[in-house]
Write a protein that binds this ligand. Structure first.
Ligand code: GLU
Length: 435
């Protein structure tokens, strides 16, 4: 088979078994998203199979001695999905449900996200299958250090740069940075982002994902005539992403009427006191037990009357079983992969505008990029400068994606994938196949 230009077309081999769609699991969802965009890729479609196979995947055994003297083994992963545009970049997740297939999908979404906001990175992700809440601080440190050492084969400031994700934070990044530095014999601040300020972290990084969610929300509201002041907002997950986004929406005059997390669902029709709720979450680890609200059954959350819904927890939350009940006009995906393709179609049919993860939550990695640049140059920027640059990148990226969506009459998710896949596959094509 040849292409019109006379070069042989890509030969299609079936995907290896471990890459095949795990039905509605995250990797299967990602493969469907790629299939949806392929018709819009023109001659670059020749390279699309690249996106269906992570470049490199490492599964590691992470043994640690527990405080009670026994030895425990945990499964760790680092997946580099695509490195065509630059080094790997993406967070590390500690969660009891982490699987290789989930990390593959998360790494692929990082490739798309990094290309969508045009930061010079490929996509990567890591994780450990562990419930970190069950570990002591010492156990958590030993786990983090051993994992970092095991994935030392892949990571490095110009190779692959981890960052925080679900259940990881500045302390864990500090241990990762220290372990890598000890193993290589030189302090390497640029090996991870999301570090504390004193260790080469960036101002604004902690708030960046939530700020990005808010920024694209404001852009979408402008274009659809939705007033933020007075808008009712429901948020799932009140951590680093949902908590900050909720705070910024509340400061802009919106009412956060419902919040759900792993500790329960709370509701207040005239708006929760967000600063008080953030203080409660900091102290108690979740929204459960917050005095200034009523509680509701977890499943009722999806039917709450609201204008803006922000899923900011885990994947696969908005499904064919609850999408029809959603009353919001705008869904802003703070989480990675919260909406299944079937739910996407239901929401599109209802006229609900979905701001997809691969652009909506890209603020975090954008400021990670700033952190990495500052570490390399050993010159640090002011918070105002960082926030201004973040907002500009998010606005420009959103504007570009909005235009592509109008031009092709597609959803913002497909439009974001079009923009991102074109950038990745163009780089792939220009670099050519080695050897
Ligand atoms: N874990 C975040 C994400 O999913 C941030 C990744 C990073 O900063 O590298 O986008």
């Amino acid at each position: 088979m040849t292409t019109p230009s006379g070069t042989p077309a890509h030969t299609h081999h079936p995907l290896p078994s471990y890459l095949q769609a795990d039905h509605l699991g995250p990797w299967g969802i990602y493969l469907q998203q790629v299939d949806r965009v392929t018709p819009y890729l023109g001659h670059l479609a020749r390279w699309v199979e690249t996106l269906k196979r992570p470049k490199r995947m490492l599964v590691v055994d992470v043994p640690i001695e527990l405080d009670n003297g026994t030895i425990a083994h945990f499964e760790g992963y680092r997946v580099q999905h695509n490195l065509s545009r630059g080094p790997g970049k993406g967070g590390v997740r500690f969660h009891q449900d982490v699987t290789l297939s989930e990390v593959m999908a998360l790494s692929a979404w990082m490739s798309i996200k990094n290309a969508a906001v045009n930061v010079p990175y490929g996509g990567a992700k890591g994780g450990i299958r562990v419930d970190p809440k069950k570990l002591s601080r010492g156990e958590l440190e030993r786990l983090t250090r051993r994992y970092t050492s095991e994935i030392g084969l892949l990571i490095g400031p110009s190779k692959d740069i981890p960052a925080p994700d679900v259940n990881t934070n500045g302390q864990i990044m500090s241990w990762m940075m220290d372990t890598y530095s000890m193993n290589t014999g030189a302090t390497a601040t640029g090996v991870v982002t999301g570090k504390p300020i004193d260790l080469g972290g960036s101002l604004g990084r902690v708030e960046a994902t939530g700020r990005g969610v808010f920024t694209v929300g404001v852009e979408a509201a402008k274009r659809t005539g939705l007033a933020i002041a007075g808008a009712k907002v429901a948020v799932q997950g009140f951590g680093n992403v949902g908590g900050i986004a909720g705070k910024l929406f509340a400061e802009a005059g919106a009412k956060v009427v419902a919040v759900q997390d792993h500790t329960g669902t709370i509701f207040k029709s005239d708006g929760l006191d967000v600063p008080a709720l953030l203080a409660h979450v900091k102290q108690h680890g979740g929204v459960g037990g917050f005095a200034g609200a009523e509680t509701m059954a977890n499943d009722e959350f999806w039917g709450v009357q609201c204008d803006i819904l922000i899923p900011a927890a885990l994947e696969g939350q908005i499904t064919k079983d609850n999408a029809a009940r959603i009353t919001a006009k705008l869904v802003i995906e703070g989480a990675n992969g919260p909406t299944t393709p079937e739910a996407d179609d239901i929401l599109a049919d209802k006229g609900v505008l979905v701001l997809p993860d691969v652009i909506a939550n890209a603020g975090g990695v954008t400021v990670s990029y700033f952190e990495w640049v500052q570490d390399f140059s050993s010159f640090f920027w002011s918070e105002d400068e960082i926030n201004a640059r973040l907002v500009r990148i998010m606005q420009e990226a959103f504007d570009g994606v909005w235009q592509v969506a109008q031009q092709h009459k597609v959803t913002l998710r497909t439009a974001t994938f079009i923009v991102a896949c074109q950038r990745i596959l163009h780089a792939r094509e220009m670099r050519g196949l080695y050897p």
